[in-house]
Write a new protein. Structure first.
Length: 561
């Protein structure tokens, strides 16, 4: 049970506020407090009072900054203090006393203890008061950084206006460059898939998407914003003077001894430009289809589809659902010397020996459709098209699949059956699609339970039915179903989860399905027929993985509701 949540309710925080807390945050006191601090729906002084009482720490008001000796202040770096909201107040050689807003964040306490070489004693302080203390303690450090960033921004403008190339060494040592590298290094270390940089009236907020969930990790002064955005634009070779329209680019940055590829999207907003960076998978493969955790029957159906000599094989799902990983696992399985495989991708995430891989570059006129037209003259056996983005690309891929080629691709849809409707809206005739389509995989990614702290639990078959799960009719409502649930520990940053896995459904296009597609049947009708023919839905596959202790019911509901 989340004791902090119950204490908030007892302290008078209305249920209408508590009900807005996302389900993944409700599972831990640390997550609940962090979300409430971010949302500012509850007074930070009340949050401090309840957090101190629940965690059994002392609630204090901060001392005067002048009363804290400089050697004590230097025990925590200024950027750590500002981003993690922690301030040192005293040190006796054994214990370091610190003020925090989130006493449930054990990873922060461990990190401070490890860096300072002291045992850490925690006291709880209201967020606003602590921010004021930190700003005063590290004022000179902050001013120096902002001054340096301001100089760096002016230098960048001069370089752009003069049309000269900057010196790489000088650029890499600039304050903005160091800040960008620090932000991305932390994201890579934490296993983030995306980094969000968002301006607000109070500062620049850095958020990471880890295991599919966004969380704020740091905040910088608002004066840093434009220099940070401009540095990213320069790295991605974008127009530094353009601020009122979206821009997309790529960055190659050396981190951890290798080059990390990053896809950058700059978006204008009412508070200034925001940036989203997708950290691309650089595993380099090979990927093993047997390790993708398909249900046995679903894997066999998928294999029959992509081992065919011709036709269209699709993997569908929303952005960030692992479609490319599944598709490339299939490609690895059929990559043999006797077949000519050509891929058209944006970007090329996995690299293979013996495979011709083409990187789309729309700025230089190399589009999916243009590349596909040329590829068909290069005697391919198998084509992998990164995504069917438009009608022209879909039409060329369809023609290829109907003329003796096996075509693998991805599509953005909510489920496997919806792929048919999506392609017909792109202009593909139903009778052609019926002839070409072999198999469609629909999938989602769910967070994997932390093996160190997850615990077994029980639910009734009736509860699961009411939540929308398909439970065999033979099972009475009171029948016990063994599941597992998240708890939270220092290893998983108190979230209860660590890593992700896919839950899937595999729709096979048999003769009956082919006839229904040609007749223009709806996605719901196609899905119903597929289930009758033996397809297990995404939720059913998810419930199996819950029973195996890999994930939780809450996770399945979060991604498939």
């Amino acid at each position: 049970m989340n004791r902090f949540l119950e204490s908030l309710r007892a302290a008078g925080v209305p249920d209408v506020v508590l009900s807005r807390i996302p389900e993944d945050r409700v599972s831990s006191s640390s997550g609940t407090l962090a979300w409430l601090l971010e949302s500012q729906l509850v007074d930070d002084r009340l949050l401090a009072d309840v957090a101190a009482e629940t965690s059994r720490h002392t609630r204090v008001d901060p001392p005067q900054a002048s009363s804290i000796p400089d050697p004590v202040v230097s025990m925590i770096a200024g950027n750590v203090a500002r981003t993690s909201l922690v301030a040192p107040v005293s040190d006796d050689g054994t214990y370091l006393d610190v003020l925090v807003v989130n006493p449930f964040d054990r990873s922060l306490v461990n990190a401070v203890g490890g860096s300072s070489g002291r045992r850490v004693r925690v006291q709880v302080c209201a967020r606003g008061a602590l921010q004021e203390l930190i700003a005063e303690l590290y004022r000179s450090d902050s001013e120096q950084m902002l001054d340096s960033l301001g100089e760096d921004l002016r230098a960048q403008r001069e370089i752009i206006s003069s049309g000269e190339e900057s010196d790489d060494a000088a650029a890499d040592s600039s304050p903005a460059a160091r800040l960008v590298v620090g932000i991305l290094q932390r994201a890579v270390d934490e296993g983030a898939s995306d980094v969000h940089i968002q301006p607000s009236p109070t500062g620049v907020h850095i958020r990471h998407r880890v295991d599919g969930v966004l969380r704020e990790v740091s905040t910088y002064d608002a004066n840093v914003h434009q220099s940070l955005i401009n540095r990213l634009k320069i790295l991605a070779q974008l127009d530094i003077a353009t601020r009122h329209k979206p821009q997309d680019g790529r960055i190659g940055l050396k981190l951890n001894g290798g080059t990390t590829d990053i896809r950058l999207a700059i978006l204008p907003s009412v508070r200034g430009e925001s940036a989203v960076m997708r950290i691309l998978n650089q595993s380099g493969g090979p990927l093993d289809i047997s390790k993708q955790e398909f249900a046995p029957a679903a894997l066999e159906a998928f294999k029959q589809g992509y081992h065919a000599s011709y036709g269209l094989v699709l993997v569908t799902g929303p952005t960030g659902s692992g479609k490319s990983t599944t598709l490339h696992s299939a490609l690895t399985d059929i990559n043999k010397p006797e077949v000519n495989i050509i891929t058209v991708e944006d970007p090329v995430e996995f690299r293979y020996p013996g495979v011709t891989q083409i990187q789309v570059n729309e700025k230089q006129g190399l589009t999916f459709a243009g590349a596909l037209r040329s590829i068909l003259r290069a005697d391919p056996d198998i084509l992998l098209v990164g995504e069917l983005r438009d009608g022209e690309t879909a039409s060329i891929a369809m023609d290829a699949s109907l003329t003796g080629h096996l075509v693998l691709s991805t599509l953005h849809t909510n489920d496997a059956a919806s792929a048919v409707g999506r392609l017909t809206k792109m202009g593909i005739e139903p009778f052609l699609l019926a002839s070409a389509l072999r198999v469609v995989v629909g999938q989602r990614l769910v967070r994997r339970l932390c093996t160190q702290c997850c615990r077994p639990a029980e639910m009734s078959a009736g509860q699961l039915r009411r939540l929308g799960f398909s439970i065999p009719e033979a099972a009475p409502d009171e029948a016990v179903v063994h599941v597992h649930e998240a708890v939270g520990c220092s290893r998983c940053n108190d979230t209860g989860y660590q890593g992700r896995l896919a839950i899937r459904e595999v729709l096979v296009v048999d003769d009956v399905m082919r006839r229904m597609i040609a007749e223009g049947r709806t996605g719901a009708e196609l899905a119903e027929r597929a289930i009758v023919a033996g397809m297990e839905t995404i939720r059913t596959d998810g419930l199996r993985k819950v029973a195996e202790g890999k994930t939780s019911v809450a996770e399945i509901l979060r991604v498939s509701a």
